[in-house]
Design a protein around this ligand. Structure first.
Ligand code: GDP
Ligand code: MG
Length: 714
């Protein structure tokens, strides 16, 4: 063919001009590319337009009003299916120049729009038609700056209904054949026109669904090397618009088509007429980025080359009748097998939402899956081997994905159950042990934990193993990770329970210390000589040391760590000290203390050195005895006032005894630092008690005096 240079084109004959008046059939029903394209362009005065032209075409299911739309938007005269006859339109791709509005050139608007209409047939399931459909769709996509994707509103979101499968193939081959050529740019606009838009669902939501579908399709494409990570947006822009129902809302349909018609004419054509948009001019739909940069006189050859590549591409070839049959039958059989599978599995899926363990899941899964696959094998195995095998894998994948969902839920439910059982088990045993024996509980914490841990993990493994499906593609049903997680969860809980148990043990031993200290401390206070605090210190230390020993051996049987034991010991000593301080506090309550002082004073004043009660006579040195007894007793007050060892003359080294606080000491209330003060009586209290004691002693002195005189008088 010729047509690369405008000058070579002969003039069209009058018959040809008449034939071309409604456009040219670029590709006919025999997949032949026309020789008349240059003639058509020249008859439209377009051959010399340079870059000053645009190509738009349409994509969509059969009889969705594509031709009608194009005619409304571009004033073309494409064949529209006759309502009454419902006859099949001829196949082929037609091209026609958009009719220009009268004032279009005056206003510098976009001109020279070439519109392509793709016609097909209604017999979509026939292989032959699919073949043409794919090839013509790809041709439209590859050559056009703007591809109008025509779709019913109710097709949005339906993969098959919306021709998404076809779009996927077309995208895939387009990417492999044309887009991978990186020497030119190939950006196109996918202009979605949603037809019969009722308005319940806003356009925004419909667009979102479409973009999501397209993105998904794109990510599932086989991509040529170098473009593996390409995004759909690297090659396409999107626009969305909606039109009302043509038959039900005819006026609205016309009005909105007109608005759309204007939009397609906004902006200025590239090339000969204007290179740049005038200031303030609206950008149109045909952006410069979409232009293929083929001068108009080269377009016929460019388009023909594209068509030839498409026709000779194997990826677009129609499958053999045998394969088509196999596809059809295998799909039917797979649907049956899935239905059988559903009967068993759907009830489990329903219950799975409760998050509980599904009893009997494992065997049911195995049965459902193997029955489905065996049935498929039996019924489908006779068909085309390649197709059968592919469909079997599809089926297996689909079913296994469903089962995977169940297994994930089941493992998580089993884990939860194991954790709950373990916690309950151990807590119960501890509760019982603690209730039956408070002071020296003899249970073996580590053993209880180990036994319960073993039991729940064995149970988990058994139930999880049931869900395991052996086979090549079933690494998904292994539960190693879940098991590992469960074990560490349980260990965490065991650690927490042990911590609580150790705290309880400390509390129990603390109580023991308190009981054991009560009498000895009272006893030591009977003798308030200079060794008072040495004796109390020793008594206390012996008691606490003993408790520490008990704690140590007990906590070892818990299997606790060094740090945990250390923390417990530290805590116990601290609490033991607090117990002692409280005990001493009781001893030195005012009443108790006065009583002690009184006893000491009386010992010296009312009894002689041999312990015989004195009967005072007037000549006795009552004043002397009184003063000696009083002074001796008064020395006790400072002694009691401060916890001080006679051996060192200072307070005991408590810090050394406690040891430094362990790093893991979480200071809760019970760990609140016990007072390490050694002051037993404050200055004020000393003063107070001294005064009170003196008054009491004075009273006794006066009484003694009176007694002495009175004794003589009698
Ligand atoms: P094509 O096969 O996609 O090109 O569809 P046609 O343009 O030939 O139209 C097919 C049928 O749909 C015709 O009977 C039209 O009258 C009808 N049709 C066209 N546009 C619309 C529309 O917007 N809504 C409805 N419901 N029908 C339409
Ligand atoms: Mg049509």
């Amino acid at each position: 063919m010729n047509g690369s240079v405008a000058g070579y084109i002969r003039d069209a004959t009058p018959e040809e001009l008449a034939e071309l008046s409604h456009g040219v059939q670029v590709i006919d029903e025999n997949k032949e590319f026309t020789t008349k394209l240059p003639l058509y362009l020249s008859s439209q005065g377009l051959l010399a337009a340079g870059f000053g032209y645009h190509v738009v075409s349409v994509f969509g299911s059969q009889s969705t009003g594509k031709s009608t739309l194009l005619n409304h938007l571009f004033g073309t005269d494409f064949n529209v299916m006759d309502e009454t006859a419902r006859q099949q339109t001829t196949k082929g791709i037609w091209l026609s120049r958009a009719k220009e509005d009268e004032k279009q050139s005056e206003f510098g608007m976009t001109r020279n729009i070439l519109v392509m209409d793709v016609e097909g047939t209604d017999g979509r399931e026939r292989g032959e038609d699919q073949d043409f459909e794919r090839k013509s769709a790809l041709f439209a996509l590859a050559t056009s700056e703007v591809l109008i994707v025509n779709i019913w509103e109710h097709q949005v979101g339906l993969y098959q209904g919306a021709n998404m499968g076809l779009l996927k193939t077309v995208f895939e081959v387009n990417l492999g054949l044309f887009l991978k050529d990186q020497s030119t740019t190939h950006r196109s606009l996918l202009f979605f026109v949603i037809r019969d838009h009722i308005g319940h669902t806003p356009l925004k939501n419909l667009s979102k669904t479409l973009v999501a579908d397209l993105t998904r399709i794109w990510s599932s494409l086989a991509k040529p090397p170098g473009l593996e990570n390409s995004q759909i947006t690297d090659f396409f822009d999107f626009e969305f618009t909606a039109l009302p129902h043509k038959i039900l809302q005819p006026e609205k349909f016309i009005a909105e088509s007109q608005t759309l018609r204007k939009r397609f004419r906004e902006g200025v054509s590239l090339g000969v007429e204007a290179n740049e948009l005038p200031e303030g001019e609206k950008e149109g739909i045909f952006l410069p980025a979409y232009h293929r940069r083929i001068p108009a006189d080269g377009f016929p050859m460019y388009a023909e080359n594209i068509w030839n590549q498409i026709v000779s591409n194997k990826d677009l070839d129609l499958p053999s009748q045998q394969e088509l049959l196999a596809q059809f039958r295998c799909d039917e059989i797979a649907a049956n097998c899935t239905a059988g599978f559903n009967e068993i599995i759907a009830p489990f899926e329903k219950h799975a939402q409760s998050g509980k363990v599904l009893e009997g899941l494992g065997p049911a899964m195995k049965q459902a899956l193997s029955t489905a696959l065996e049935t498929f094998q039996e019924a489908g195995g006779r068909y085309h081997k390649g197709v059968f095998e592919r469909k079997r894998e599809d089926l297996r994948n689909a079913l296994e994905t469903r089962l995977r969902g169940l297994v994930v839920g089941q493992l998580s439910a089993l884990s939860k159950r194991a954790v709950a059982e373990f916690t309950e088990d151990v807590t119960n045993v501890l509760k019982k042990a603690n209730a039956s024996d408070s002071a020296s509980a003899t249970y073996d914490f580590a053993k209880i934990v180990q036994e319960s841990r073993d039991a729940v993990i064995t149970r988990f493994k058994q139930a999880a193993d049931e869900c395991f499906i052996p086979g090549e593609s079933t690494a998904w049903s292994s539960h190693d990770d879940e098991l590992e997680m469960l074990q560490s969860d349980i260990d965490e809980i065991a650690k927490r329970l042990r911590g609580e148990e150790m705290k309880r043990l400390v509390t129990r031993l603390e109580r023991g210390i308190k009981t054991k200290l009560t009498e000895p401390v009272e006893l030591e206070f009977k003798r308030m000589d200079e060794t008072l605090w040495d004796r109390i210190w020793k008594t206390w230390k012996d008691t606490v040391d003993h408790a520490v020993q008990q704690f140590d051996s007990k906590s070892r049987s818990f299997n606790s760590t060094e740090e945990e034991t250390e923390l417990g010991v530290w805590r116990l000593k601290k609490r033991g000290w607090a117990v002692l301080l409280a005990r001493i506090e009781e001893e030195v309550l005012e009443g108790n203390l006065l009583l002690k002082l009184r006893e000491s004073f009386e010992d010296k004043f009312r009894y002689d050195d041999t312990g015989v009660p004195r009967v005072w006579k007037p000549q006795d040195d009552i004043e002397g005895a009184y003063t000696r007894a009083r002074e001796a007793t008064l020395t006790l007050i400072p002694r009691i006032s401060e916890f001080k060892l006679s051996t060192t003359g200072s307070a005991p080294d408590l810090t050394a005894y406690f040891g430094s606080a362990p790093a893991n000491a979480s200071i809760d209330d019970s760990d609140a630092p016990a007072s390490e003060s050694f002051e037993i009586l404050s200055e004020a209290r000393q003063h107070d008690i001294t005064t009170k004691f003196r008054r009491m002693a004075d009273g006794m002195f006066v009484e003694a005096k009176r007694g002495a005189i009175g004794g003589v008088a009698q």
